[in-house]
Design a protein around this ligand. Structure first.
Ligand code: HEM
Ligand SMILES: *[C@@H]1O[C@H](CO)[C@@H](O)[C@H](O)[C@H]1NC(C)=O
Ligand SMILES: *[C@@H]1O[C@H](CO)[C@@H](O)[C@H](O)[C@H]1NC(C)=O
Ligand SMILES: *[C@@H]1O[C@H](CO)[C@@H](O)[C@H](O)[C@H]1NC(C)=O
Ligand SMILES: *[C@@H]1O[C@H](CO)[C@@H](O)[C@H](O)[C@H]1NC(C)=O
Ligand SMILES: *[C@@H]1O[C@H](CO)[C@@H](O)[C@H](O)[C@H]1NC(C)=O
Length: 334
């Protein structure tokens, strides 16, 4: 703390500081997230999160993608409440969609440590996830959008919820659309545009190798997978433990752009749930395919809709006001 001028001024400064905190942070706590929540009480939050994400991506560019996914997997389980960050026996980290899969926890810890020294007890872990995702996208070349803030942190993890709510790459398009609806993302645009998050990042072989061999009685390889991409993936995935990594966007792996959608039209989607948006016989495709086509030729529209849907996703059942708490350590309740 910066109270270094002796006892007489210390008391006065503390009162001022408390007044500022109570007034400006609490005033915004009206049950709604706002884009200026920390402007009065921790204006450094943007710079601090951005510089930590920048450093992490400089060490490993993929981290931008990993942080984006962390926010998504937080929001789909008990809302955007930082529950994915909690350690312990009921931890969401060990649910099937997350185990050995979600990553970036150390980056969140480092951001939290910086924020606890700059503005102790002020910035929630749930808001850190939302901001880290934003900078992961932006620093990968994607759109900027105004993140809404003021979330508080949940008190429980929900491993069962993580197992049931998160979409699987083996789900049909209808099931995926339903899982988005279940958390309030009821516009098919949300499903398609947020799937565009797969323009960055990687997937392990175990999650798509069913497409590469013994696919069906009539086709050894998934017929909706480009054959030269299939050969290179077969080579990558042969042998090993299934944890080998392939780019979700084979065209421009670490750049946030609309090539993901172009790939789908060229049978170059990696996951069955990616390619299924245009190639499956699911009835949902009547709505998803035209959107893929639109985004494949209009990257401005992709960027604009992506930002809108990220804000919508970030607004899934947030805790506000005096609900929950602001954790001091993102891995444990206070
Ligand atoms: C639509 C349903 C979705 C399914 C079925 C799905 C499935 C997957 C799978 C299986 C992986 C690879 C995990 C692994 O290798 O262990 C993955 C990675 C990823 N997903 Fe999704 N996902 C979906 C939606 C989203 C959404 C909405 C976003 C964000 C807006 C997103 C962002 C990412 C990112 C960035 C990665 C790469 C992470 C990294 O490299 O660390 N996904 N997804
Ligand atoms: C998570 O993965 C580890 C290592 O592969 C495995 O030992 C463990 O059983 C998995 N946990 C759950 C809950 O499936
Ligand atoms: C866990 O998530 C499920 C599915 O969203 C929900 O029905 C359940 O109430 C949640 N449990 C807790 C303890 O939050
Ligand atoms: C769905 O989202 C798109 C893009 O954000 C928007 O233009 C459209 O009006 C939305 N549709 C409904 C029914 O809300
Ligand atoms: C899958 O196909 C390969 C050759 O294409 C064959 O050797 C293997 O036995 C098959 N596996 C199963 C489980 O059918
Ligand atoms: C990506 O796609 C663009 C446009 O279709 C093409 O010009 C470029 O060669 C592709 N790059 C890679 C690495 O596949």
């Amino acid at each position: 703390m910066e109270y270094s001028h002796g006892d007489s001024t210390r008391g006065l400064k503390l009162v001022c500081k408390l007044a500022v905190l109570l007034f400006l942070c609490a005033a915004a706590a009206s049950g709604q997230l706002t884009d200026d929540y920390y402007d009065g009480c921790c204006p450094q939050v943007y710079r601090i999160v951005r510089s930590r994400v920048f450093a992490a991506m400089k060490a490993e560019v993929r981290m931008g993608a990993s942080l984006l996914r962390l926010h998504f997997h937080d929001c789909f389980v008990n809302g955007c409440d930082g529950s994915i960050l909690l350690d312990g026996s009921n931890s969401e980290k060990f649910a099937a969609p997350n185990n050995n899969s979600v990553r970036g926890f150390e980056v969140i810890d480092a951001i939290k440590a910086d924020l606890e020294s700059a503005c102790p007890g002020i910035v929630s872990c749930a808001d850190i996830l939302a901001l880290a995702a934003k900078y992961g996208v932006l620093l990968s070349g994607g759109p900027g959008y105004d993140v809404l803030l003021g979330r508080r942190d949940g008190l429980v993890a929900n491993q069962t919820g993580a197992n049931s709510n998160l979409p699987s790459p083996f789900d049909s398009i209808s099931v995926i659309i339903q899982k988005f609806k279940d958390v309030g993302l009821n516009n098919i645009t949300d499903v398609v545009v947020l799937s565009g998050g797969h323009t960055i990042g990687r997937s392990r072989c175990v999650l798509f190798s069913d497409r590469l061999a013994n696919f069906s009685a009539t086709n050894s390889v998934d017929p909706t997978l480009d054959s030269s991409l299939a050969s290179s993936l077969q080579q990558l995935c042969r042998g090993g433990d299934g944890n080998q990594l392939a780019a979700l966007d084979v065209n421009s792996t670490d750049v946030f752009d609309n090539h993901y959608f172009q790939n789908l039209l060229n049978k170059k989607g990696l996951l069955s749930s990616d390619q299924g948006l245009v190639s499956s016989s699911d009835p949902g495709v009547a709505a998803t395919k035209p959107l893929v086509q639109a985004y494949s030729t209009d990257s401005r529209r992709f960027f604009c809709d992506f930002g809108k849907s990220m804000v919508k996703m970030g607004n899934i059942s947030p805790l506000t006001g005096s609900a929950g708490q602001v954790r001091k350590n993102c891995r444990a309740v206070n």
